[in-house]
Design a protein around this ligand. Structure first.
Ligand code: DAK
Length: 259
């Protein structure tokens, strides 16, 4: 995989792949090429049996400061429609393997939306989350009004979206937006440790469990419970279910094969 604006590292010994956003001078502003590279990388990693979890990160100054304002500024509504960025953004949502965002510095606008589209967020003490689109005459367009509201509640989301105010990592933790806050030098390591723990589990159970948790966002409780039930039964079709339960009974560590 040859990319200009991202770096991809498949650490096979741990079954964890790392994607690093790499436009440091522009604070990882998400231009169309970067997003397209990210989409292609995610498709490949999702298809790669050796990869069981993915970590997405930026650098110490910025996870991503949003979509590329310079690239968007002159566009018309029809240009935006024809570019159809959503097919790229939707790929992140469609990725079957868990994605953990490791966020240091700015996660703003599309950067905050990108982190929220991931399944978990580990942040460093320096992280700042915000939806500042209102300050440039627009509003969030990649899930900011929806995912943020579901994560932190109406009044807090309303304040962030309508004023563009940033919140700190501590506040984000307090509001339930992120999983944990760690010192900046530990951020990537913590995210990788979390990814390794997931990568050790049965990939089939992980996939079905991720799907089931996400189902809670767009279904009634009853529909979600039915979906969960079917996925739960489905785990019994896997060799990993036998391996996991037998390993428990035999007092040994399971060796999940993803079968
Ligand atoms: N776009 C382009 N360039 C950016 C950028 C951005 N979002 N953010 C920073 N940069 C560039 C700056 O222009 C500057 O470049 P030079 O001037 O050096 O060439 C360089 O990065 C360093 O930035 P600063 O000099 O501004 O650094 P400071 O430390 O002073 O300030 C900052 C850092 C993050 C507070 C500031 O850069 C800032 O306010 N950036 C903009 C943040 C923002 O408004 N983000 C929201 C953008 S709108 C969609 C999907 C997604 C979206 C929309 C639609 N579809 C699927 C349809 C998302 C929209 C957005 O994210």
């Amino acid at each position: 995989m040859n990319f200009e604006y991202i770096k991809v590292d498949r650490a096979y010994e741990t079954n964890v792949a790392l994607i690093e956003l790499n436009r440091p001078k522009e604070l990882n502003a998400l231009n169309l090429q970067l997003m397209s590279e990210l989409r292609n990388a995610l498709i490949e990693l999702d298809d790669d049996e050796e990869v069981r979890a993915i970590v997405l990160t930026g650098n110490e100054r910025a996870f991503a400061a949003g979509a590329d304002i310079k690239q968007m500024a002159g566009k018309s509504a029809i240009d935006m429609l024809e570019i159809d960025q959503f097919s790229t953004w939707d790929q992140i949502k469609k990725t079957k393997k868990p994605i953990i965002a490791a966020v240091s510095g700015f996660a703003l606008g599309g950067g905050c939306e990108l982190a929220m589209t991931c399944d978990m967020i580990v942040a460093s003490e320096t992280a700042k989350f915000g939806q500042p689109e209102i300050k440039i005459g627009v509003m969030p367009g990649a899930g900011g009004t929806q995912r943020l509201t579901k994560a932190i509640g109406k009044v807090r989301a309303m304040e962030m979206v309508l004023t563009g105010k940033f919140i700190s990592a501590e506040e984000a933790l307090d509001f339930g937006l992120i999983n944990k806050v760690v010192p900046v030098e530990m951020c990537l390591e913590e995210a990788i440790t979390l990814a390794k723990t997931i990568a050790f589990q049965s990939p089939i159970a992980v996939r079905l469990a991720k799907e089931s948790v996400l189902k809670a966002f767009d279904s009634t409780l009853e529909q979600g419970l039915m979906f969960e039930r079917k996925n739960f039964y489905m785990t019994f079709a896997s060799e990993d279910q036998k391996e996991g339960m037998n390993a428990f009974i035999e007092k040994r560590k399971p060796d999940f094969k993803g079968k």
